[in-house]
Design a binder for this molecule. Structure first.
Ligand code: ADP
Length: 434
């Protein structure tokens, strides 16, 4: 079935609508139309939510960039959950290279539809749906370019009939742009994200970005997996370091998220991927499979609605020392031209109490390349609230362990910090690149 056919898919309203109508849960976000929501959008949202509410846990797998093993990790998390007796679905929305059909030996499987929508393919009991099933010829990937992409993602999420599941693992498009954003927003109510990274220094910036991305969207970070850390000897399993070690753990402790574990570069993983079998089941007795099971253990311990792992995150947040939030100033308010600001407000705040403890105004140092990130890091800043900032500058700050929120309005530091803690801080697109 081609992508264009999806809009004409016959299964509509009936079964799904009834699921919502018969539910009676007044607390459900699909119970009422939201302010400003059109009748059509409301109907679509109900349709999606009536499907997703039959899934106990939804976990999205993210990475700052492609090629780090995100799909490999997603497949093996799903397989490990299934091996632990859970009913599992795996959804591949990696628009740039849907690789899950290959990894599960499902290439060329025809898409079927039933009365309730598109039917996932079966991989030894695991329910699998992939954008790849819609692209019989890989060259057709071209049809996903442009605005069609977002509509296609939405349609796709809405049209799959998962039935009842314990876990849905979602392989998201890489990066922190519009595509993973749409996926996280459309699915909503995620248990959280597993972020996959590699050990190199450049990847550290990507993982910080992914963590910041999740925080801005209110998606809990379940933890970080470092992939391809060291080389596992095919004969004895001993792991030899290739890149500098400990990077993933340092970032996660800096940014107060859980480190789930390191998977070595293991030729058998690539072999299993190519053979269409999850490594963790094909090589269940291998040491690397043990590592994967330990990575999945906290995900198995998730409690419905309130993940224990999240409680840990909240708990750690309480114990966390004060934050230092840097805000560029012009006339006492946030300066929209970050690179031209004359001073900074450095606001010390208690994240547990959501209160400002102290504010210090500092004259900005000369605007020399690379100076500001170091200067702010030396003063203990761990967050910048800015109007606009170029991508390169954001990366430099992230490299110093300073998160950046862009697109904030020209308000006083006190107002901005209060709305940051209230979760109402307006952020998003860059408003200036100077
Ligand atoms: P991404 O989804 O991030 O683009 P993939 O999961 O598709 O990355 O992995 C890219 C390639 O790397 C695949 O061929 C996969 O088999 C291989 N690979 C991933 N992780 C490992 C690993 N730990 N050891 C060996 N090969 C790996």
């Amino acid at each position: 079935m081609k992508h264009q056919d999806m809009a004409a898919h016959p299964a509509k309203g009936d079964g799904r609508q009834a699921a919502c109508d018969g539910c009676g849960n007044k607390e459900c976000s699909a119970a009422e139309r939201q302010k400003g929501e059109s009748e059509k959008d409301f109907a679509e949202r109900r349709e999606l939510e009536s499907r997703l509410c039959r899934i106990l846990h939804k976990i999205v797998v993210l990475s700052g960039k492609g090629g780090v093993g995100k799909s490999t990790v997603a497949v093996n998390i799903a397989a490990a959950l299934q091996m632990a007796g859970k009913r599992v679905g795996l959804l591949d929305i990696d628009i740039h290279g849907p690789s899950i059909p290959t990894m599960l030996g499902l290439e060329g499987v025809p898409l079927q539809s039933g009365p309730g929508g598109l039917l996932p393919a079966d991989a030894n009991g695991m329910k699998v749906m992939s954008l790849g099933f819609l692209l019989p010829d890989p060259d057709q990937a071209v049809i996903w370019r442009g605005p069609l992409k977002m509509g296609a993602i939405k349609q796709f999420l809405k049209d799959v009939d998962w039935g009842d599941l314990d876990y849905l693992v979602i392989d998201s498009p890489p990066g922190t742009g519009d595509e993973p954003l749409s996926v996280c927003q459309l699915i909503g109510k995620l248990d959280g994200a597993v972020i996959v990274t590699t050990p190199q220094k450049v990847a550290a910036i990507d993982v910080r970005k992914s963590i910041t991305f999740c925080r801005q969207l209110g998606v809990p970070v379940l933890g970080v997996v470092e992939n391809m850390n060291g080389f596992a000897c095919p004969k004895c399993g001993e792991v030899t370091a290739i890149f500098s070690r400990g990077g993933g753990e340092t970032i996660t402790s800096d940014m107060n998220v859980a480190f789930l574990g390191s998977i070595p570069l293991d030729p058998a993983i690539a072999v299993a991927c190519d053979a269409g079998r999850p490594y963790i089941s094909a090589y269940a007795a291998a040491p690397t499979a043990g590592i994967m099971r330990r990575i999945v253990a906290p995900l198995l311990a998730l409690e419905p609605g309130d993940a224990s792992i999240l409680k840990k995150e909240k708990h750690e947040n309480k114990e966390k020392k004060n934050m230092k939030i840097a805000i560029p100033l012009a006339d006492g308010k946030l300066a929209m031209h970050f690179g031209h600001c004359g001073s900074f407000a450095l606001v010390e705040a208690d994240p547990a109490e959501k209160k400002i403890v102290k504010r210090e105004d500092l004259e900005a140092p000369p605007h020399e390349p690379g100076l500001l990130p170091k200067w702010l890091a030396e003063r203990g800043a761990n967050l910048i609230i800015a109007g606009g900032m170029g991508q390169r500058a954001q990366d430099l700050f992230l490299g110093q362990g300073i998160e950046v929120i862009i697109g904030a309005p020209a308000e006083t530091p006190e107002t901005l910090v209060a709305s940051f803690f209230a979760g109402t801080l307006k952020s998003g697109t860059n408003v200036c690149d100077h």
